[in-house]
Each structure stands twice: as structure tokens, then as C-alpha cells.
Design a protein around this ligand. Structure first.
Ligand code: NAI
Ligand code: MG
Length: 326
């Protein structure tokens, strides 16, 4: 049976790179039907639509969502992030943000598991006397035992399928309340995984190790904010933004998971046909893997790493990768 995949090309280079991703998935032999959704900054500019509840309900019946990038310079910052991306993560309970970092030439091969529904991104807080000299703003970090434990368990399970090493990254020496919850939960869950070796890094130290010795990592688990920042650094030390892929997972599969390149809509190069589609293609490979098509996924990843695919132009790269699969 063909998978039903919801497509949000989005803005800027989003549709350009997703077109190549779909081309490559098709070449891998996996059959799928697509349902296209016109959402993002352009759509918002036309009629004010961000993410209607009816579309969210439709998505619940899909097998996966594949997203390019959303956001345009004209849209106020935060509007699309909160109204579309975060709304999608919360409503579909995409509680794991998984990002692979692989650079074979430097023996880098690790995964970051970022908690994706809580922490500083939960929307807790507010402001008082806004715009006055006595203005106050608070933005709390929400950490539940339930939310932390399910992210930590996912990370241990993932480590069991790999080199069996898991590092917790936090800032327990300063964030003593949330850090304590994360550390205790991590240590308690660790008892259920005696075969996994564990480590702990403060997030500032992890930034040094990411640059100096990223080879030491196998799997990392961390909270929403630290994960957001660390994964950009991870991308920068392992091939750059053109290769960074990600998955927003609902591991219980009570609804579709969402797969997207880490980069944004890159308005500076949109429409020129020069964006690197590999981040989108590799996100497509993560989608295939999560759908159970691990052979096809592995073939796509191998094709992207083939030196013959280092050509110029969005379409040319997509064609070359697809050509290796057929
Ligand atoms: P960006 O990732 O779009 O661009 C940063 C730089 O990287 C630019 O110089 C761009 O040309 C380059 N770049 C990005 N992807 C590339 C690719 N595939 N190939 C070659 N070069 C690439 O980040 P920026 O400029 O901060 O944001 C632009 C817009 O995208 C904003 O509206 C932002 O809100 C949105 N955005 C959306 C995301 C999403 O949909 N998940 C994630 C990040 C940003
Ligand atoms: Mg980010």
C-alpha cells in the first residue's frame, strides 16, 4: 500500500528542495501518494492563514509530513514559528526532535535527541507594563517528569541500536531545579539499560567538545533550548547547513511524524536554483526509515555521500542522487 504523505513546501527554497527530495524517494522504489498544503509566510501574506485546525485534523490521518521551510522576511518573527511549527509539534505530540550528524572523513557519527514539546518553548510566561520603563517579561522553562522521561527513554533505546553510549547535556550546576529533574530521571532510567555507558556534559562544555572532539559522541539527549542551539553547532561541524536533516517524531505513532531540513527558506538564494537539496533529501531518508523502509533509506543516505553527487545546482544534485538509485 502506498504511504500518504502531506507536503508543505513552504517558502523560498523550501519547495525547490522538497521537489528534489520527492524525486529521490520515488527513485528509491518506495510508492507514496502526496497531499499538498499551501502554508507558510507567503500564504499568510495572502489571506492571513497560518495553520487551521481542519488541516491539523486532516494531518492526523496521514503517514508522514514532509516540510521544506516556512518563513519570509515580510512576516513578523515568531508568528509562523509559534503558529505553525510549534503548534504542529504540540498538537501532533512530536516530542522527539532527532538530528543525525555524520561526517565520515572525520569519523563523526552521532545523534542528538532533543525534547521537543517542553522547556523554554512551552510558551509559559508573559509580560507586564509592556513598552513602559517598568516593563517585565518572564519566560519559564516547563519540565515534567513525564516529558523528560519519555525523551530520555527514547534516547536510551536509540543508543541500544548503536554504540551504546549516551550523554546527557544540561546545565545542572546553575539550572538546579530543571537540571535536578533531568539528572535524576536520566540516572533512574539508566538502571533499565545496564548495557549503555552514560556520560554527562554541561552545555557550555559540550560546545567545546562539539568543535574539538565530536568523535566522542554516540547519542546525546538534552532539553528543547539546549538542543536547538547545539544542533546548529553540530551541523556547522559536520558538513554545514546544506546537509543537516531532522525528524520531529511521535514515537508512539498515534499520528504522523514530520521530517524537515534544519535550514530555513534562505530568501537570499531563493529562485536561483542553487540551494543544496541534500538536507531535504536526507530528511526524506529519515522519513523512509521511520516508515519502516530502512533499505531504501540506507540507499538514499549512501547515494548522498557519493562524491559524484557533488555537482552544482539544486536540480542537478537531485537528478544525480536519484540516478544512483535507479
Ligand atoms: P536560513 O537557513 O534560511 O539561511 C541561512 C543561510 O544559509 C543563508 O545564507 C542561506 O542562503 C544559507 N542556506 C540555507 N539553506 C541552504 C541550502 N539548502 N543550500 C545552500 N545554502 C543554504 O536561515 P535564516 O536566514 O535565518 O532564515 C530565513 C527564513 O527561514 C526566516 O524567515 C526564518 O524564520 C525561516 N526559518 C525557517 C525554518 C523552518 O522552517 N524550520 C528554520 C530556520 C529558519
Ligand atoms: Mg534552530
Amino acid at each position: 500500500m502506498a504511504y500518504r504523505i502531506g507536503i508543505v513546501g513552504g517558502d523560498g527554497i523550501g519547495p525547490e528542495v522538497i521537489a528534489e527530495g520527492l524525486k529521490v524517494i520515488k527513485a528509491s522504489g518506495v510508492t507514496f501518494d502526496t497531499v499538498e498544503y499551501d502554508l507558510g509566510g507567503d500564504r499568510y501574506g495572502r489571506d492571513g492563514t497560518v495553520l487551521p485546525d481542519e488541516i491539523l485534523d486532516e494531518w492526523r490521518g496521514l503517514d508522514a509530513l514532509y516540510l521544506g521551510a516556512v518563513g519570509t522576511p515580510e512576516v513578523p518573527p515568531g508568528l509562523i514559528e509559534r503558529g505553525l511549527l510549534l503548534k504542529m509539534r504540540f498538537a501532533l505530540d512530536l516530542y522527539i526532535n532527532l538530528r543525525p550528524f555524520v561526517l565520515a572523513a572525520e569519523e563523526i557519527d552521532f545523534r542528538v535527541v532533543r525534547e521537543n514539546t517542553e522547556g523554554s518553548y512551552a510558551g509559559e510566561g508573559g509580560s507586564l507594563r509592556r513598552g513602559t520603563p517598568h516593563e517585565i517579561a518572564t519566560q519559564g522553562s516547563v519540565n515534567t517528569r513525564y516529558g523528560v522521561e519519555r525523551a530520555v527513554r527514547f534516547a536510551f533505546d536509540l543508543a541500544m541500536t548503536r554504540r551504546r553510549h549516551l550523554t546527557l547535556v544540561h546545565k545542572t550546576n546553575v539550572l538546579t531545579f530543571s537540571g535536578d529533574l533531568w539528572e535524576r530521571t536520566f540516572n533512574e532510567v539508566a538502571r533499565d539499560y545496564p548495557d549503555v555507558a552514560t556520560a554527562y556534559n554541561h552545555v557550555d562544555a559540550a560546545c567545546i567538545y562539539f568543535v574539538q572532539s565530536p568523535q566522542q559522541y554516540d547519542v546525546i539527549v538534552t532539553d528543547n533550548l539546549f538542543g536547538d542551539i547545539l544542533t546548529d553547532l553540530g551541523g556547522a561541524v559536520s558538513g554545514g547547513i546544506g546537509l543537516a536533516s531532522s525528524a520531529n517524531l511521535n514515537p508512539e505513532r498515534t499520528g504522523p511524524s514530520m521530517f524537515e531540513p534544519v535550514h530555513g527558506s534562505a530568501p537570499d538564494i531563493a529562485g536561483q536554483g542553487i540551494a543544496n537539496p541534500k538536507a531535504a533529501i536526507l530528511s526524506g531518508a529519515m522519513m523512509l526509515d521511520f516508515l519502516g523502509e530502512s533499505n531504501a533509506a540506507a540507499r538514499v543516505v549512501a547515494a548522498c555521500a557519493d562524491p559524484s553527487t557533488d555537482v552544482e545546482g539544486t536540480v542537478a544534485i537531485g537528478d544525480t542522487v536519484a540516478g544512483l538509485l535507479t
